[in-house]
Design a protein around this ligand. Structure first.
Ligand SMILES: Cc1ncc(CN)c(N)n1
Length: 222
């Protein structure tokens, strides 16, 4: 049997839904999310993206083939080139300077998630690392699409989070996620049922840590 990302997602359906349709995401789509909660999330996400940049750099280091190396480079570009650049500009529009971002302490949820991914990548192989990274890239691409097709989502200037939604539903981010999905499905097609169960565990843990990250934003926890 050739496994795919869909099999991972179905094995963790309840966690995946709790992540994609989290209250933070729904309130953001409705335009009702407390601005202080969003600011707290934005600040921590800056720290998160830096650590995820390191994780893609680790993926590059662990890549045995040129194809794998190109995939790691594409992930690094999506996070550091595209997303972090937009993020810094976006934070500035929300009154958060780069100097303030650089001086921030990490919240426990940021520490737990990012270091889990780095640890998984360090002790495991390239596929373990990519599976730990999947909820980040493919998850936010699905969130972007989900918000765009949902009838309750408020679009345009009356929603203060319009630009955030545009970034994740936009062509560049969707394209990066599609490339990751393609790479992942190629790799998953080769694994045994026993190996797949190990990967499900990683995918589930990373998805649970994404849920904690939304909780951290919503409750403005450190
Ligand atoms: C916590 C988190 N997860 C995922 C993404 C999308 N790269 C993000 N910006 N922040």
């Amino acid at each position: 049997m050739a496994f795919t990302f869909e099999d991972l997602r179905q094995a963790c359906q309840s966690e995946w839904d709790a992540y994609i349709k989290h209250d933070f995401v729904q309130q953001l789509g409705n335009g009702t999310l407390a601005e202080d909660a969003f600011r707290h999330y934005l600040k921590q996400d800056y720290l998160f993206l830096i650590q995820f940049g390191r994780a893609y750099a680790l993926a590059a280091y662990k890549s045995p083939t040129l194809d794998d190396l190109r995939q790691a480079k594409a992930g690094l570009e999506a996070i550091i080139g595209l997303e972090l650049g937009l993020h810094i500009e976006y934070c500035r529009q929300w009154g958060i300077s780069e100097a303030e971002l650089q001086a921030l302490p990490e919240a426990r949820a940021t520490l737990a998630y990012t270091r889990y991914v780095l640890d998984t990548g360090n002790r495991g192989d390239l596929l373990d690392l990519h599976v730990a990274l999947v909820p980040c890239l493919i998850g936010y691409a699905q969130i972007g699409k989900w918000l765009a097709q949902r009838s309750e989502t408020v679009r345009g200037d009356s929603n203060p989070y319009e630009h955030w939604m545009r970034m994740y539903e936009g062509e560049a981010f969707q394209q990066a996620a599609a490339m990751e999905l393609e790479w992942l499905n190629r790799e998953l097609a080769e694994v045994s049922p026993r190996r797949f169960e190990q990967l499900v565990r990683i995918f589930r843990d990373a998805t649970r840590l994404e849920i904690d990250f939304w909780d951290m934003g919503l409750n403005q926890r450190m």
